[in-house]
Design a binder for this molecule. Structure first.
Ligand code: NAD
Ligand code: UD1
Length: 350
């Protein structure tokens, strides 16, 4: 089996996907700068696999480095050649993802996310590696008031983070058009990835106070944060709170595995896919579900709407389901149970 180059593999989505890919027998080369992560997540990946009796000796190579630096990327390709474990595909998770930080420091986001991706694509061309799966986001879409989002809906991000994601998607399309008989590219638009691996050993380590609702709920449940401030009670939704499409992190990981398999077996193409469940859950529904499944209390109060928020963000996932033969298997109860298990076992993260 050929090797996969994973950028940002120590992060939340990267670590869960690496775990799955190692279980499937792939050899991985990881490049990570550990800006928003640490090597501890990868130690947990090894631990889980050891417990399952899976030997990953010679299957995972880690390079600490920066996608902003072409030579760091080259080091990874050179290493794979020296070891005769040629990299066939890239999964590109590395990126900065805080909306608020991107508003304060757009240059940082453009430099890291866009320039980093340009470097990666240049080095890939040099080493004749033309298969890539990219982490995009539902944040690229222009919001709709109450209907699911389709891949060909209008894109119009409202913050610098979203602008970098859409710009990279456009860059990838141009790259594909430069050599359509060779490039295989999948841009995966994630909705709201949450939860944790079933073992409770791998999860989201937010390093500081989270901004997103799900890790906030688990931290309120464990008593690290006093209460949830719900941003708005007057949205045009069933209970006045915002509706999102929460997808279990392991379903998302499985989506990457399916997308990669599909790309490699089909003709070269540029693919854009929503990875979501197609099910909307309001903030109040999420809190109530978490309380019920885990028998805990989540205090909350209502606050003003957050700038840039929308009432309703939900995927139409029929294209991904149809072509990838993938289906999200875990429901919102599973999400609540697994995330709480992770939080209880790791009250301070890794
Ligand atoms: P994360 O912050 O946990 O992981 C990102 C990883 O990339 C980290 O390990 C970080 O150290 C690494 N990284 C960042 N800049 C780097 C650089 N210059 N060089 C090398 N490594 C670098 O985030 P995540 O939630 O795992 O997200 C992964 C990808 O998915 C990101 O590109 C993010 O924008 C995208 N995404 C995330 C979400 C979400 O809600 N988590 C939603 C949509 C899209
Ligand atoms: C947010 C970002 C989005 C990014 C995604 C993943 C904004 C406007 N959107 O998405 O660009 O891709 O995170 O990083 O920042 N909520 C509360 N109280 C809180 C936090 C959130 O009520 O303290 C509500 C929100 O109003 C929303 C829902 O919970 O209705 C989900 O919010 P969040 O987890 O931040 O995700 P998104 O807003 O979907």
């Amino acid at each position: 089996m050929k090797s996969i180059f994973v950028t940002g593999g120590a992060g939340f989505i990267g670590s869960h996907t690496c775990l799955l890919l190692l279980e499937k027998g792939f050899t991985l080369f990881l490049l990570d700068l550990f800006v928003t992560s640490s090597q501890k997540s990868l130690k947990r990946v090894s631990l889980i696999l050891r417990k399952k009796g899976i030997d990953i000796k010679g299957k995972i190579y880690l390079v600490e480095g920066d996608i902003k630096n072409k030579y760091d990327i080259e080091r990874v390709f050179k290493m794979s050649f020296e070891l005769n474990k040629i990299i066939e595909s890239v999964i590109h998770f590395a990126g900065l993802k805080s909306v608020a930080e991107s508003v304060k420091n757009p240059g940082l986001y453009w430099e890291n996310n866009v320039n980093g991706t340009i470097n990666l694509l240049k080095v890939m061309e040099k080493y004749n590696c033309k298969n890539i799966v990219f982490s995009s986001s539902a944040t690229v879409y222009k919001a709709k008031s109450n209907a699911p989002l389709f891949e060909n809906d209008i894109c119009e991000p409202v913050n610098p983070y979203g602008n970098t994601k859409l710009t990279i998607e456009r860059l990838l399309k141009d790259i594909y058009n430069s050599d359509p008989s060779k490039w295989r590219i999948a841009s995966l638009r994630y909705f709201n990835p949450v939860g944790a691996h079933e073992s409770g050993l791998l999860g989201e380590d937010t390093l500081g106070k989270p901004n997103n609702i799900y890790p906030l709920i688990t931290q309120v449940a464990i008593g690290k944060i006093k209460e949830i401030k719900i941003f708005g009670s007057d949205w045009p939704t069933i209970d006045g709170t915002g509706i999102r499409d929460y997808i279990h992190i392991m379903d998302l990981a499985e989506g990457h595995f399916s997308a990669l398999n599909y790309l490699l077996k089909e003709k070269p193409q540029f693919l854009t896919l929503n990875l979501g469940t197609g099910i909307g859950t309001s903030v109040l529904e999420l809190i109530r579900c978490f309380e019920k499944v885990n028998n805990v209390e989540i205090p909350y109060s209502f606050d003003n709407r957050r700038v840039g928020d929308n009432a309703f963000v939900m995927a139409d996932n029929s294209l991904a389901k149809k072509i990838l033969n993938w289906i999200p298997k875990r429901n919102i109860e599973d999400i609540c149970r697994d995330g709480w298990n992770w939080q209880l076992k790791n009250p301070n993260g890794y």
